[in-house]
Design a protein. Structure first.
Length: 108
């Protein structure tokens, strides 16, 4: 009977170690991505995401995120939100213009 209890304990200890390793890895990845992100792109992304959240709230959407890089240097970042049906909506949100809200991204 002692062998069975010891085997169960060793399985649980290995399982707990695996879970702890996964959690620590996730935390380290998130921390490194925040540390390595360029401060200028972080500020740009945060500004656009504020406008995304305001826009999404007004249209009953769930804001997802914005990219941190303005790929075509037009002052707008590509962003995503989920509509009421759960479908992803692609938007552009300004980061340095006084425009109050985001706009739907043109399909190319």
């Amino acid at each position: 009977m002692n062998k069975i209890e010891q085997n169960q304990q060793s399985v649980f200890n290995g399982f707990n170690l695996l879970i702890a390793t996964i959690i620590i890895t996730i935390i380290l990845i998130i921390a490194l991505s925040n540390i390595l992100e360029d401060p200028a792109s972080r500020q740009i992304r945060q500004t656009a995401e504020k406008k995304l959240r305001l826009f999404a709230r007004g249209y009953s959407m769930n804001a997802i995120n914005c990219e941190g890089i303005d790929r075509n240097n037009n002052g707008w970042l590509n962003c995503r939100a989920d509509d009421r049906r759960g479908q992803t909506v692609y938007l552009e949100c300004p980061y340095n213009f006084p425009e109050p809200e985001c706009r739907y991204r043109e399909k190319s």
